[in-house]
Ligand binder design. Structure first.
Ligand code: NAD
Length: 319
C-alpha cells in the first residue's frame, strides 16, 4: 500500500492502494468523481468500479463510519493498480455541505469531472403499497423530498458551478463534465414505491431533463439511472416486516442486511421481475453509471437509463 501524503486533506481520508487485475482500458482514467450516498449499496459498488477504472473518487455520505471504513478498506489490495479514494462527510440536503464537498474536491484534485448524485431515502413504512395516500404524512413527505429532490438539485447546482468555472478558465469548448443522478423505476411508473418516494423520483427525472437542456451549452451532460429492486440495506430494511415477519409494519431501521436476508430479497425481487434469469445487483447499476460517466456516452444527455429488465414496459406492478 502506498499513501501519497499530498493527497491527504483535512476534509477526509485519502487512500492510494493497488489491486490485482486492472480493467483494460480504464474508462475513467484521469477523471475526478464524487459519489454521494457512496458509503453503502449502489454508491459503494460505484465507488469501487470508478476507482478500478482510474478515477479519483470522493465518497460523500452522512454515515461517517461506513464511508471511512470503505475508504480504508480499499487500502488492502495489492499489485498493478493505484486507487485514490477519500471520504468527505456531506448531507446532500444541506447547501453549505454540498458546496464544501464540491469545493474541497476541486481544491484537492484540481477539477471535478463526474458527480454521481446517488444519495436517497425511501421513507418510513415505505414498501410499495405500504402506506395509503389516505394516511399521507406531510412531515414524512418533506423528509423524503428534502434528501431526494433538494439534495439532487443542490448537487447539480454545485457540480455545474465547478464544471462551468473550469470550462470558462480553460477556454470555450474545453470544459464539460457529467452529472448522473439515481432515480428509480418509481420515477417512471406508479405502484413501484410509496407516494413521497415516487413523487421524488419523478422529480429527479424532471430535474435531469431541465438541467440537460440548460447545461448542454457548457458541454455538461446530465443523465439519470432508474434501477429496479436491488437488495441493498434500503430495500431489505423497508421490506423486512413484509418479507420476513408476519406483515406487521415497523419503523425503518438502519441495519446492515445479513447475507441470508440479501439472498431472500434477491429471490423475492426475481419473483417480481419481468426478465427471468439474472439477478439485479449493485454492480449492474454501477456499470450503468460507468457508461454514463465515460466518454463512450459523450452524446448522451437528458436520458433516463432504466435498468429494470423490462418491468416498466410490461404490465407487471410490484405494488
Ligand atoms: P442504501 O441505503 O444502501 O445507500 C444509501 C446511502 O445514502 C447510505 O450510505 C446513506 O447513508 C446515504 N444517505 C442517505 N441520506 C443521505 C444524505 N442526506 N446525504 C448523504 N448521504 C445520504 O441504498 P441504495 O439502495 O444503495 O440507494 C441508493 C440510491 O438508489 C437511492 O437514491 C435510492 O433511492 C436508489 N434506488 C435504489 C433501489 C433499490 O432497490 N435499492 C432501486 C431504485 C433506486
Amino acid at each position: 500500500v502506498e499513501v501519497m501524503p499530498e493527497q491527504i486533506h483535512p476534509a477526509g481520508i485519502s487512500v492510494v492502494a493497488r489491486e490485482t487485475s486492472p480493467p483494460s482500458p480504464r474508462r475513467l482514467e484521469g477523471k475526478v468523481a464524487i459519489v454521494t450516498g457512496g458509503a453503502r449499496g449502489i454508491g459503494e459498488a460505484t465507488v469501487k468500479l470508478f476507482a478500478r477504472h482510474g478515477a479519483k473518487v470522493v465518497i460523500a455520505d452522512v454515515d461517517d463510519s461506513a464511508g471511512t471504513r470503505l475508504a480504508e478498506s480499499m487500502q488492502g489490495s495489492t499489485h498493478h493498480q493505484y486507487y485514490c479514494v477519500s471520504f468527505v462527510h456531506c448531507d446532500v440536503s444541506v447547501e453549505e455541505e454540498m458546496a464544501h464537498l464540491v469545493d474541497s474536491t476541486v481544491s484537492r484534485h484540481g477539477r471535478l469531472d463526474v458527480l454521481f448524485n446517488n444519495a436517497g431515502v425511501l421513507g418510513n413504512q415505505s414498501r410499495p403499497g405500504g402506506k395509503s395516500i389516505l394516511h399521507f404524512d406531510p412531515d414524512e413527505f418533506d423528509r423524503v423530498m428534502r434528501v431526494n429532490v433538494r439534495g439532487t438539485a443542490l448537487g447539480i447546482k454545485h457540480a455545474a458551478r465547478a464544471m462551468i468555472h473550469r470550462s470558462a478558465g480553460a477556454g470555450a469548448g474545453s470544459g464539460g463534465g457529467c452529472i448522473i443522478s439515481t432515480a428509480s423505476v418509481a420515477g417512471v411508473s406508479g405502484g413501484m414505491g410509496p407516494h413521497a418516494y415516487t413523487a421524488s423520483k419523478h422529480a429527479i427525472v424532471g430535474l435531469t431533463k431541465n438541467a440537460a437542456c440548460e447545461l448542454g451549452k457548457y458541454g455538461i451532460r446530465v443523465n439519470c439511472i432508474s434501477p429496479f429492486g436491488v437488495a441493498t440495506s434500503m430495500l431489505v430494511n423497508a421490506w423486512r416486516p413484509h418479507v420476513y415477519d408476519d406483515g406487521e409494519e415497523e419503523e425503518e431501521e438502519e441495519e446492515e442486511p445479513t447475507e441470508e436476508e440479501v439472498e431472500k430479497m434477491e429471490e423475492f425481487v426475481r419473483s417480481l421481475a419481468n426478465l427471468k434469469g439474472p439477478t439485479l445487483r449493485t454492480k449492474d447499476i454501477a456499470e450503468a453509471a460507468l457508461y454514463l460517466a465515460s466518454d463512450e456516452s459523450k452524446y448522451v444527455s437528458g436520458h433516463n437509463l432504466v435498468v429494470d429488465g423490462g418491468v416498466t414496459t410490461s404490465r407487471n406492478c410490484v405494488g
